[in-house]
Ligand binder design. Structure first.
Ligand SMILES: C[S@@+](CC[C@H](N)C(=O)[O-])C[C@H]1O[C@@H](n2cnc3c(N)ncnc32)[C@H](O)[C@@H]1O
Length: 293
């Protein structure tokens, strides 16, 4: 089927987008299944998320190290800690921390001398992450409710920023990158996994559900990387890319469509091979230059 299907176009405002994303993720975290950005739908009760290991890149040890609930409600498209150099004593900020899986794994790496801050704009996610932190008995992680475009984090206070399938959801990605530069210490580092695209038909980007499914808001990889460089990040590199098959994209979009209305033609348009080859998860690293070095 052609990607330029007969779908009525409608451009939501930035605030409508954020509200839509919040609603979808609040529903997802209250629901009974996890759907990764770009991954497969999985039943909540599964003790070990094989898809998270195989598709996204966590190890069995990672999954065993955090409460099952954090794994169940994990919606990432990569494992940013897996390609970071986070060390004992570091301060780590996880942008869009969701149910807390990456933040809790980071808490183990930084140890008692370090600290992890999880930031998320969905109150239900923050509540879930705090619950999981209590279950894990971890004391060096805290979760803050806030917007990645305006982070409640002091200037030059963070050694590592990690983020897993979040920035594609932000209407103003450049603002998020500028905030990353502001809060990083000079010489601080970034490890992001996120959905980016090649050329996508406008029809596929349309609607809040497509946005919340990490497809509608995803921008072209070149634009994403340029935007990071423009705000002052250096050594911006894609270290790996992962594409998806029709079944996983269909799964995630249909799942999101249950939380926000999505025309069936759009699901079809998003799952055609020409479109699928234009959507991937990128593992991106960068750093903030240290002018004094
Ligand atoms: C696809 S989920 C990923 C969650 C988590 N990183 C993981 O890997 O499971 C996206 C998360 O980003 C949050 N989010 C989206 N836009 C945000 C923004 N502008 N500021 C803060 N959080 C945001 C959502 O509330 C949701 O929890």
């Amino acid at each position: 089927m052609s990607a330029s299907s007969n779908v009525e176009t409608h451009e939501p405002s930035a605030e409508q987008i954020k509200e839509g994303v919040r609603e979808v993720y609040a529903a997802r975290v209250s629901g009974d299944a996890g759907v990764q950005c770009g991954g497969a739908t999985t039943p909540a009760s599964r003790p070990e998320r094989k898809d998270l290991i195989e598709v996204v890149g966590y190890s069995p040890n990672d999954l065993a190290a955090v409460p099952a609930d954090a794994v169940t409600y994990s919606f990432g498209c990569g494992n940013p800690l897996g390609f970071s150099g986070v060390m004992a004593g570091d301060v780590v900020l996880d942008i869009g921390s969701g149910a807390g899986m990456d933040a809790l794994l980071a808490a183990r790496l930084v140890g008692p001398a370090g600290k992890v801050i999880g930031l998320d704009m969905t109150p239900e996610m923050i509540a879930k992450a705090r619950q999981n932190t209590e279950r894990a008995g971890v004391t060096n992680v805290e979760f803050r409710l806030g917007d990645a475009e305006q982070m409640p984090v002091p200037d030059a206070s963070v050694d590592w920023i990690i983020s897993n399938c979040v920035i594609n959801l932000a209407p103003d990605k450049r603002k998020v990158f500028a905030e990353i530069v502001r809060v990083l210490k000079p010489g601080g580092h970034v490890a992001i996994s996120d959905i980016v695209t090649g050329e996508l038909p406008q029809a596929v980007r349309q609607g809040l559900a497509a946005w919340a499914a990490c497809v509608g808001g995803a921008i072209k990889e070149d634009e994403y990387l340029d935007s990071m460089r423009e705000v002052g990040l250096s050594d911006v590199q894609v270290i790996a890319r992962q594409t998806y098959n029709a079944a996983s994209v269909r799964g995630m979009i249909e799942e999101m469509a249950s939380s926000a209305s999505l025309p069936p033609e759009l699901v079809e348009a998003a799952c055609c091979p020409d479109v699928l080859s234009q959507i991937w998860s990128a593992r991106i690293t960068a750093c903030k230059p240290d002018e004094s070095a």
